[in-house]
Design a protein around this ligand. Structure first.
Ligand code: GLU
Length: 546
């Protein structure tokens, strides 16, 4: 059979060049010894899973710590999964968490293009080469043919797939192939596997250690009927020509490893090192399962940005999941930049990492409490600018005013720093009552309208913004007394039946009128921040609706 002629017929791409051309165009990278070239190779689906960050961070750390290169390749061979703007989402969400690429899609670089759809030529060149060598062949099987093979294999409990006796097109003659092509029958190009499924080898996985890998015997598709490569084929070619030295990827790819080993071999390429990262799991009742895009909002990277988790907190938590000695390091060096931690592939977990949002929240709370006034303001503002409501965006117009609110609500800059703020959204929402645009009281008082009105009016009549905390409280007491409420808590507790309530209830009425809430930080300070005019306006507003 003349495979040379068949190669031209089967992969009619005029642009392909000699193989040496590609070797020269994408030469070995000149890097220090030990430097690793790693990559993230997502499909542009528009959805970024927390697992993407997990893998990205591992690859980024290893590349940058070793003086290597970390790049972004877009695996867009599956047109159906492609979403407009997805690459921007990838950059944006990873950048937020401090993961930056050195080269790749939308950044450029010497080893591009970094979109697989733009690399057809090199895939075609190598598909042709494999056909010429008799290592690949066209397959004209229809979906129905493949389905009936599958059914037969299932019924007879046979290994599924296209191999051996089931590889119907493996031995078509030249005439049959030419006749099929001339008849316009669609075809794919398959690898003519040389593997033996009985043969097992020890393979060193950088994360999992020595594992046993069975040889591939599947005649996998390498080019689809439209000439687009499959992920497997593109992976081998791209990682060779982008000169990747180490592939850290999710363990869901472990089952494809035999295919990749064979592809690198038949293509004549050196196999990169592989490390298969355990997937992120979640405790769901009694069982552990993978974090699911459909069921778990926290599976999406967007979730953390929308809530306003501080990137540093998320990064810290990811590192605790990724490297077993990270927490110990953090305890010893709490003030050092995270990048100083010596990331080690050997300390990556070999089995499932359990994602614990409670722990992430604890880390976030502690981290938020370390931010000073300026940092808090800047962080909350940047969150609000992107994810806040129109009203929330306005909060940040007057920095001095907002910082006063933050000092009170979060204890920023003070001795009593509160450690219960997990993310920006929660912090910003806690300041809502300082702004008329979001001050929306429902006035749920526990006393009759007449009493509340008298209390509010009584206080409004004597309020003086120049009073210090204790003079202010004396006035609250005075109003309480004037309305028959106990001013002395001890006396009240002894004989509560003698009073409609105590000074605490009076303070609550003032609090609800001023803030709309029954529980807030110190009310005197709130009134100080709001200022006389606003305080009195709110008291009057409350009186008016009663
Ligand atoms: N495109 C694959 C994915 O979406 C990449 C797998 C790999 O890193 O080799 O996960």
């Amino acid at each position: 059979m003349d495979w040379n002629t068949l190669a031209e017929l089967l992969v009619p791409d005029k642009d392909v060049k000699d193989l040496e051309y590609y070797e020269k165009a994408y030469p070995e990278r000149v890097l220090e010894k030990g430097a690793e070239v790693t990559r993230l190779a997502p499909s542009p689906t528009g959805f970024m899973h927390i697992g993407n960050l997990y893998v990205a961070l591992a690859n980024e750390r290893i590349a940058h710590q070793s003086g290597g290169v970390f790049y972004l390749r877009i695996e867009d061979t599956d047109e159906k999964r492609k979403v407009e703007g997805a690459v921007e989402v990838i950059h944006k969400s990873l950048r937020y968490f401090g993961v930056k690429f050195d080269e790749g899609a939308d950044l450029g670089g010497e080893y591009g293009p970094y979109y697989q759809r733009q690399r057809a030529e090199v895939y075609h060149a190598y598909a042709k080469e494999l056909i010429r060598k008799g290592l690949a062949y066209p397959c004209f099987c229809s979906e129905e043919d493949l389905e009936s093979t599958r059914n037969y294999q299932t019924e007879n409990k046979l290994l599924p797939g296209y191999y051996g006796e089931f590889a119907k097109c493996r031995n078509l003659t030249e005439e049959e192939i030419i006749a099929n092509v001339k008849a316009g029958k669609p075809y794919v190009i398959r690898l003519r596997s040389q593997g033996d499924v009985e043969a097992k080898h020890v393979f060193h996985d950088e994360v999992k250690g020595d594992i046993t890998v069975t040889e591939n015997n599947q005649d996998v598709v390498i080019l689809k009927s439209d000439g687009i490569p499959t992920y497997h084929f593109a992976h081998a070619i791209d990682d060779h020509f982008m000169r990747t030295t180490l592939v850290i990827r999710g363990e869901e790819w472990l089952s494809s490893l035999p295919i990749h080993i064979e592809l690198f071999k038949v293509l004549g390429f050196r196999l990169p090192k592989y490390g298969h990262n355990c997937s992120i799991q979640k405790q769901d009742g009694e069982t552990r399962r993978k974090l699911s895009k459909r069921k778990d909002p926290e599976a999406s990277l967007n979730f953390y940005r929308e809530q306003g988790y501080h990137p540093e907190a998320v990064r810290t938590y990811m590192l605790t999941l990724l490297n077993s000695n990270f927490e110990e390091w953090l305890l010893k060096c709490p003030d050092k930049p995270l990048d100083e931690f010596k990331y080690s592939i050997a300390k990556m977990g070999k089995s499932g990492a359990l994602f614990d949002i409670v722990k992430l929240n604890d880390i976030s709370k502690t981290y938020m409490a370390t931010l000073d006034e300026k940092q808090t303001f800047t962080f909350l503002k940047s969150w609000a600018d992107e994810f806040g409501t129109d009203e929330q965006k306005l909060y940040f117009a007057d920095e001095t005013y907002y910082c006063k609110a933050l000092a009170l609500c979060m204890g920023v800059g003070g001795k009593k720093r509160r450690k219960d703020f997990i993310y920006a959204k929660q912090a910003v929402e806690s300041t809502a009552y300082f702004f008329d645009c979001t001050f929306a009281p429902t006035y749920e008082y526990r006393f009759d309208n007449g009493t509340v009105k008298n209390v509010l009016q009584g206080f409004a009549d004597i309020y003086d913004e120049n009073d210090d905390n204790s003079a202010w409280f004396d006035k609250v007491k005075a109003v309480a007394g004037n309305n028959g409420f106990a001013t002395d808590m001890k006396a009240y507790k002894q004989n509560p039946e003698n009073y409609p309530g105590s000074v605490a209830d009076v303070a609550e009425m003032l609090r609800i009128a001023t803030t709309g809430l029954a529980n807030t930080p110190d009310l005197w300070t709130i009134m100080q921040i709001l200022g006389k005019e606003k305080t009195l306006a709110r008291l009057r507003q409350a009186i008016a609706v009663l």
